[in-house]
Design a protein around this ligand. Structure first.
Ligand SMILES: [Zn+2]
Length: 145
């Protein structure tokens, strides 16, 4: 037992939160909570990854298997975070650029970042009143990993 076991165990709550949210009426507070969980989980794993690299260099141990696992886990978490951010973007009336991934205003015709033509949004029926508190202030690209 050590620093690696908890790495693999901790992510479940965030994943469950996302799973229960997707497909239903979107609950904005749960989405934000899930995104925050995922971000802190990713940060935590980056820290452990750094520690693993340090232990390797300082003590000459071979942690290559642990590194591989950590990197795979981080990639998985980032994919989940992308999904959550997509849902948040939808809830905040933003369109995601299919080319560069930037979020644009709902009525934008072209991506403000790369100039790609943006597809029209399909379905807005899932949006509820409590999602109107989503603003550009609490959803910035800088928040994304
Ligand atoms: Zn773009």
């Amino acid at each position: 037992m050590g620093i690696f076991e908890d790495v693999l165990l901790n992510a479940r709550s965030a994943v469950d939160a996302v799973g229960k949210t997707a497909g239903k009426v979107i609950d904005s507070s749960k989405l934000r909570l899930a995104a925050a969980d995922l971000k802190s989980e990713i940060s935590h794993k980056y820290q452990i990854l750094g520690r693993v690299v340090y232990e390797e260099s300082a003590k000459g141990k071979d942690f290559s298997k642990n590194k591989t696992e950590l990197i795979e886990k981080i990639t998985e978490l980032k994919t989940q975070l992308d999904s959550v951010n997509d849902l948040i973007a939808k809830a905040s009336n933003k369109k995601k650029c299919s080319s560069c991934g930037a979020y644009n205003a709902k009525n934008a015709q072209f991506c403000s970042k790369c100039g790609e033509r943006l597809a029209d949004e399909e379905d807005e029926s899932v949006l509820t009143d409590d999602m109107k508190d989503f603003t550009e202030d609490n959803f910035e690209d800088d928040d994304l990993f």
